[in-house]
Design a protein around this ligand. Structure first.
Ligand code: GRF
Length: 197
């Protein structure tokens, strides 16, 4: 197999999607390897989980930078130093500037807990319930300068059941997130790898 695509995961918190990606990338035939985990928050629990799984992980604490461009420049320096070709945002709570998105054009994926283009933005589970929708889900998409609007790579649906609250619904969606994000990374990494030839 050709060299695996070095991939970074950017997180802000728990990192369960990050762990699903790390776990999948253990497979010998998986086309990506998780080379680095970066967090914008020093206290993100995902940093420790990544390190426990043997993946290089550290925080670039957003609050210690004077401007977004400074933060993003430092992120790019770290990614380039690690030989990263693909970035997976996984619960990463910062909006990236158009300049950063352009620098990594076609190389950034995100997972969003809704059936995009429906319910862009935050609090998607609460909003799906408030709107009495019959179903909900999650989407992996390429990141573009417009928030939650880039080309869709994978999507999964779940039903909204009687008695659901936001927590129950989030948990049902999360199971699907952990399933489709590795699948999407697999597909995109294969394409990146093929484009190298
Ligand atoms: C996930 O629901 C993801 O879709 C959203 O934030 C949550 C992050 O969870 N963007 P985790 O940190 O991956 O556990």
């Amino acid at each position: 197999m050709t060299t695996r695509v070095r991939t970074a995961v950017l997180i802000s918190g728990r990192g369960s999607n990050m762990s699903a990606l790390i776990e999948s990338a253990r497979r010998e035939d998986f086309p990506a390897e998780i080379a680095l985990v970066l967090s914008d928050r020093a206290r993100a629990a995902g940093i420790k989980s990544a390190q426990a799984a043997g993946v290089a992980a550290f925080a670039l604490d957003y609050r210690t930078f004077s401007a977004r461009t400074e933060f993003e420049t430092t992120v790019t320096v770290a990614l380039v130093a690690a030989g990263v070709e693909l970035i997976c945002l996984a619960g990463f709570m910062r909006i990236l500037s158009p300049g950063f998105v352009e620098r990594w054009r076609g190389r950034i994926l995100n997972i969003h807990p809704s059936l995009l283009p429906d319910l862009r933005g935050l609090h998607t589970h609460e909003r799906a319930l408030a709107e009495r929708r019959a179903e909900h889900g999650c989407t992996v998409h390429f990141v573009t300068a417009e928030l939650d609007a880039g080309p869709i790579v994978a999507q999964a649906r779940v039903p909204i059941l009687p008695g659901d609250d936001a927590g129950l619904l989030a948990a049902r969606v999360l199971v699907e997130e952990h399933r489709i994000y590795p699948q999407a990374l697999d597909a995109v990494a294969r394409a990146v790898s093929a484009a190298r030839l």
